[in-house]
Design a protein around this ligand. Structure first.
Ligand code: NI
Length: 269
């Protein structure tokens, strides 16, 4: 378990370095005597088989994780899987999504291929890939902006690469703030901005999962043309409810504007 802890520590250090708000919120909860447990850690990638969901998932499978659900996000053109630890339920779930590049322009496809071509073979075979950042060589601000027009996800991957996209506080494990409503109220009292798109709370107890998140912060990124401010990521909060079988729901809800896709039911336990 030490190796897993080292990976999560590296990811957390990198994430909070880039998202100082997340660390402030983590400390705020600590100051209220809360012990923060992670519900899940989310990763993004491309569907190139050198780096796709299955490839990244294998790093976690070797560390005791198992795939327990698959998701399709049609509007954003993503496919995702979630992994759970087989021995220790307190370990965060791992959520990995990949961009379905074939559904985008030749420009995006070529850019992604070039990016992946630039990742060293050593890194591709190492768990360090998970926190290697934008390991694609020099970044071009024009390419970033062109990707942004097609897909926020592709542009984010281009600028930030391999790292935790977000950590998620498991609200059930908090004592005083054990509802998403009370966490949101605490954040607002302390001048953090919540993402209100689709309402402050996404999901309902009937769907067994409620989530909220902060707004993505901005960071300065070095491109070949200079240093520019780009949107980074957010901190998430999740509360889970008992499902029909009386077990705490462990899946995710993939929602797009016009459709709800539940897990495609690969629940292997
Ligand atoms: Ni999430």
């Amino acid at each position: 378990m030490q190796k897993l802890k080292d990976i999560f520590d590296n990811l957390w250090r990198q994430y909070t370095h880039e998202n100082p708000e997340a660390l402030q919120i983590y400390n705020l909860l600590n100051n209220h005597n809360e012990i923060v447990i992670n519900d899940h850690i989310a990763f993004r990638t491309f569907d190139d088989k050198r780096v796709n969901v299955d490839k990244l998932g294998r790093f976690f499978e070797k560390l005791g994780y198992k795939c327990c659900g698959e998701y399709e996000f049609t509007q954003k053109k993503l496919f995702a899987k979630h992994y759970e630890h087989t021995q220790d339920a307190k370990q965060p779930k791992i959520f990995i999504s990949e961009l379905q590049t074939a559904k985008f322009s030749p420009f995006l496809q070529q850019t992604v291929k070039k990016c992946v071509d630039n990742i060293s073979q050593h890194l591709l075979n190492s768990v360090e890939l998970l926190y290697s950042g934008a390991c694609f060589g020099e970044l071009d601000y024009d390419v970033y902006n062109k990707l942004l027009i097609e897909s926020e996800y592709a542009a984010w991957m281009y600028a930030f690469g391999y790292r935790a996209n977000h950590f998620t506080v498991f609200v059930n494990e908090l004592n005083k703030f054990n509802s998403v409503q009370s966490v949101n109220a605490l954040l607002k009292q302390n001048n953090f901005t919540l993402n209100t798109a689709g309402g402050e709370i996404k999901g309902t107890p009937d769907e067994y999962l409620e989530q909220s998140s902060t707004m993505a912060g901005k960071v300065m990124i070095k491109f070949k043309q200079g240093t520019f401010e780009v949107l980074n990521s957010y901190y998430e909060f999740a509360k889970r409810y008992l499902d029909k079988s009386g077990k705490l729901y462990q899946g995710f809800i993939a929602k797009s504007a016009d459709k709800i896709f539940e897990s495609t039911n690969i629940i292997v336990k």
